[in-house]
Design a protein around this ligand. Structure first.
Ligand SMILES: [Zn+2]
Length: 420
């Protein structure tokens, strides 16, 4: 426990891969089935829902026809681009098709320098502007949950990743394609493997292998934030509180010590715990300390000699990981702790000029970010960063995730204004 991992999973779902191929597509507004088996009728006649993806065969030969390759049309409406991205299934570690489509859409744009690393695509302007901003979004999603393909209902687009975070990616792609001379140089980053263990994270890989691509005065993570600015993020730490006992036959229980019974004071401390709500840069964070698992037991006739209570601590960014661990050691004084994983928070950084300028430009409310995002990675590199993207974060990772069309348009228009 002497060395804290610098970047670990935030407690999001570890993806168990489920594959479901994106199954249909259209061209110029008309449904063009790849095959009858793939046919899915358009779900709506909404006027703004012009499809932005076509599927092209990879080869001309009829023999052994390989799967079609999706082609993104970035001149289409942001809603259509979002739907097209949703329809390219990209559960973590299966981002090749969507990265191919993103790369193919950006490569022809002469104002961008496009690079690819694994399934992470970057695109930069180099206009010699005084300031550079990074606009980043992850391409992967949590596993499919009967929520593909996309579906437009009224003023809301539904489907896996519509909220977390293909709406934000669509906004970024639209800007990359249609703002050739931004007032600030921009590095667009569309990366893989955000929803799984941190060692796989595409942004983390860039930080390790091509830190030059992450150099910026300011970064915007287009994670869902209801189209408002969410600053900073809370840290997260998971520890196991170890409770020991002594085995004995349950018929002669007085010969042993029941470790499960001995857990009671740990649970009492958790139940009685009063989390902090510190205010930092005018934003009030909300800490939390919760048991997220209990394990113990040997056999039906044996007093258990060990029980562990898994605890997740969400801590405000005025504490670093060492302080967070010291706090947990104080709370569980008298018990052994085992550190399972940890990730630092990020200070809001609203006092930094680039961040303050962005907040002023978007005229928006600023909220604290309670969850953990890659804002923390930019912050660790000395780049102030905020979350700003379409979609309600509380819908992320749910079967019914969706994004309001108005938020897609709001985020695109706001950033377009800021970059123009
Ligand atoms: Zn996300």
């Amino acid at each position: 426990m002497s060395r804290l991992p610098s970047l670990m999973l935030c407690g999001r779902d570890r993806a168990t891969k489920t594959r479901q191929n994106a199954s249909w597509a259209t061209s110029s507004g008309s449904v063009a089935q790849i095959s009858a088996a793939r046919r899915t009728p358009p779900r709506t006649s909404h006027p703004c829902y012009a499809w932005a993806v076509r599927w092209l065969p990879r080869h001309d030969t009829m023999a052994a026809m390989p799967p079609a390759q999706p082609v993104l049309d970035l001149s289409a409406d942001v809603v259509a681009v979002t739907a097209a991205l949703v329809d390219i299934e990209s559960v973590s570690r299966n981002e090749a098709a969507i990265a191919d489509a993103v790369e193919a859409a950006l490569r022809p744009l002469s104002h961008l320098h496009v690079e690819r690393s694994g399934n992470t695509v970057t695109a930069r302007t180099s206009l010699g502007r005084a300031e550079r901003v990074a606009i980043a979004g992850h391409l992967d999603t949590v596993p499919v949950n009967a929520n593909l393909p996309s579906r437009l209902e009224g003023d809301t687009l539904h489907g896996l990743g519509s909220c977390d975070m293909k709406g934000g990616v669509a906004v970024g792609l639209r800007l990359a394609a249609s703002v050739p001379e931004p007032t600030r140089d921009v590095t667009y980053i569309f990366y893989e493997c955000e929803e799984i263990e941190a060692v796989a994270n595409g942004l983390g890989h860039l930080a390790a292998t091509r830190p030059d691509l992450l150099e910026a005065d300011f970064a915007i993570l287009m994670e869902p934030s209801n189209g408002a600015v969410e600053a900073g993020c809370q840290g997260t730490m998971r520890v196991d509180v170890m409770v020991r006992g002594e085995r004995a036959h349950s018929a002669r229980w007085w010969m042993g010590v029941n470790a499960i019974h001995a857990v009671a004071p740990v649970l009492e401390r958790l139940v009685g715990y009063e989390p902090r709500t510190p205010t930092i840069d005018g934003l009030t964070y909300r800490e939390g300390l919760n048991a997220i698992g209990v394990s113990g037991g040997v056999a039906g006739n044996v007093l258990p000699d060990e029980c562990r209570v898994s605890v997740n601590y969400r801590f405000a960014p005025d504490r670093d990981e060492r302080q967070a661990l010291a706090h947990l050691e104080a709370v569980f004084d008298g018990f052994d702790l085992e550190l399972a994983d940890s990730a630092p928070g990020a200070m809001p950084g609203l006092d930094r000029p680039a961040a303050a300028a962005f907040v002023a430009a978007v005229h928006g409310d600023v909220h604290p970010k309670f969850g953990w995002t890659d804002v923390a990675l930019f912050t660790s590199l000395g780049v102030p960063a905020v979350n700003f993207g379409p979609g309600d974060p509380s819908l992320a990772h749910t079967r019914g995730e969706s994004v309001p069309i108005a938020q897609l348009r709001h985020c695109e228009a706001t950033l377009r204004r800021w970059l123009s």
